[in-house]
Design a protein around this ligand. Structure first.
Ligand code: NAP
Ligand code: ZN
Ligand code: ZN
Length: 347
């Protein structure tokens, strides 16, 4: 057992606090990773604050992990010491069900094991990346290509794949009129990916405050959703809308922006149910879809795509002691565009 420093939620209401957590001894197919950077995902906050239901504490959040392999188990074949490695939102799945066999471990029919806050195969509570080290089965470790810094790679492990996967599934590419709702961690990655795939990208943000950034990130157009004229002007426009908003949204209003047969792919995971009028879908034969992160194979494909196109996330690096301040800024939509914890100060 390895005892390591971490920052953990100790209840749904208190600030995160420094704690120590245990990492299991290396099994034959396990990899030990020294964590260099861990991204702060809005899901960390939803989870810790009980937005999605009661949780077990203490729990160290963090599922955007980038670091260096420092030891490998006796049967590990995919990784060796000194490799650049990442871990995303899951650390295991059954490997046998139809979803796992398709490489969609996130939809494992027996339930994948999330990186934190879940009961692991050994009966312990999984603990995430707001810590110095993690032990993960090699099948759930990603290779971070040379050419992407570990700091800007970390957010790709959740924000990156969560937006890449629906863009691929719904065929974003040249000729696609695409909108991204919310320019936060997920939203800014959606803009970068969609631009790299050749789509015509529109950002729909609450205000025009981040317009210059949005255009620099690759958007062709930028509108404020607080302006009612936006919904009139853009009615019936988009083939695909990716909703990344962390709060309840007027879904009907966004469905009205879709062209006939268009799809609203929802990745936001607010605490409250999203209301939807059936007629918003019926009129125009529109689709409302959900998407959860992405499988391991597709996550590797996304990392390689980013390396090939020369981009990672736009990050603001914060020392571990500032996590609580960073969380408050995420809650205030004041993030440009992902906070990443430098875990060195935890050691
Ligand atoms: P984030 O960085 O906080 O970005 C969310 C953005 O939504 C904000 O920057 C803001 O953009 C917009 N927004 C926030 N509150 C809003 C409100 N009340 N009305 C309208 N717009 C609002 O969060 P994130 O890390 O990108 O995560 C976004 C959501 O996706 C969270 O619910 C998270 O749990 C979920 N998520 C889902 C998956 C999945 O697998 N499906 C994976 C990761 C995260 P503007 O300032 O531009 O308006
Ligand atoms: Zn996440
Ligand atoms: Zn499975």
């Amino acid at each position: 057992m390895l005892t390591v420093n971490a920052y953990a939620a100790v209840s749904a209401t208190e600030p995160l606090a420094p704690v120590t957590i245990e990492r299991r001894d290396l099994g034959p197919r396990d990899v030990l990773i020294e964590i260099k950077y861990a991204g702060i995902c809005h899901s960390d906050i939803h989870h810790a604050r009980g937005d999605w239901g009661p949780q077990t504490y203490p729990v160290a959040p963090g599922h955007e992990i980038a670091g260096i392999v420092t030891a490998v188990g006796s049967e590990v074949t995919k990784y060796q010491v000194d490799d650049r490695a990442g871990v995303g939102c899951m650390v295991n799945s059954c490997r046998e069900c139809a979803s796992c066999r398709k490489g969609e471990e996130q939809y494992c029919l027996r339930g994948m094991i999330p990186t934190y806050g879940a009961i692991d195969v050994d009966g312990t509570l999984t603990q995430g990346g707001y810590s110095t080290h993690v032990v993960v089965n090699e099948d759930f470790v990603l290779r971070i290509p040379e050419g992407i810094g570990l700091d800007v790679a970390a957010p790709l492990l959740c924000a990156g794949i969560t937006t890449y996967s629906p863009l691929r599934r719904f065929g974003a590419g040249p000729g696609t009129k695409l909108a991204v709702v919310g320019l936060g961690g997920l939203g800014h990655m959606a803009v970068k990916h969609a631009h790299a795939m050749g789509a015509e990208v529109t950002v729909l943000s609450q205000s025009l405050k981040k317009r210059e950034d949005g255009l620099r990130l690759g958007a062709d157009h930028y509108y404020a959703t607080s302006d009612a004229a936006t919904f009139e002007e853009l009615a019936g426009t988009f083939d695909l809308i990716v909703n990344t908003v962390s709060a309840k949204l007027d879904i009907d209003a966004y469905l009205s922006l879709l062209a006939v047969g268009g799809t609203l792919a929802n990745v936001g995971a607010p605490a409250e149910p999203l209301p939807l009028n059936a007629f918003s879908l019926l009129m125009g034969g529109k689709n409302f879809a959900g998407s959860l992160i992405g499988g391991i194979r597709e996550t590797q494909e996304m990392l390689d795509f980013c390396a090939e196109h020369g981009y990672g996330s736009d990050v603001e690096i914060v020392p571990a002691e500032k996590i609580n301040d960073a969380w408050e800024r995420v809650l205030a939509s004041d993030v440009r565009y992902r906070f990443v914890i430098g875990t060195a100060t935890l050691a």
